[in-house]
Design a protein around this ligand. Structure first.
Ligand SMILES: [Zn+2]
Length: 136
């Protein structure tokens, strides 16, 4: 797949609208999986095809973190976002505390963490909020 990059145990792929997280679909039972594993947790299958995650999901639940690691500004928000293909993904939500509501749509964004694009970060935000990263 064009633009494929590893992201730890996860991976990213570059498409027409920038970077996306890349999951997998089990070839045997067609279950979507993220992060990518070596064995399907549903059927034990070992063959997968690449599955770029959708850009928009629905916030399942969230929490406000008031005591974070040293050097990280608080408060910040983390949560689980559900996608239409049945995946639930955990991540940081880049929005103001108090502006986040369970059940709201959120956009998954991926951007390079450095100029070489050797590492990536992903986060969720309100759809269309701010400019989408060009994926430089
Ligand atoms: Zn399977």
């Amino acid at each position: 797949m064009n633009g494929f990059r590893r992201l730890g145990t996860a991976s990213v792929v570059r498409g027409g609208k920038g970077w996306s997280l890349l999951g997998a679909k089990c070839s045997a039972c067609e279950a979507p999986i993220y992060p990518v594993l070596t064995v399907c947790p549903h059927c034990g299958g070992r063959d997968f095809v690449a599955l770029p995650l959708p850009a928009i999901g629905t916030l399942y639940c969230h929490s406000v973190v008031h005591m974070g690691p040293r050097g990280v500004d608080t408060p910040y928000i983390v949560g689980y976002v559900d996608f239409s293909d049945g995946l639930r993904v955990f991540g940081r939500i880049e929005m103001e505390v108090g502006a986040v509501q369970t059940g709201q749509p959120l956009e998954l964004r991926v951007k390079p963490a450095n100029k070489r694009a050797s590492q990536f970060i992903y986060f969720f935000t309100a759809p269309g909020e701010g400019s989408r990263q060009a994926g430089s």
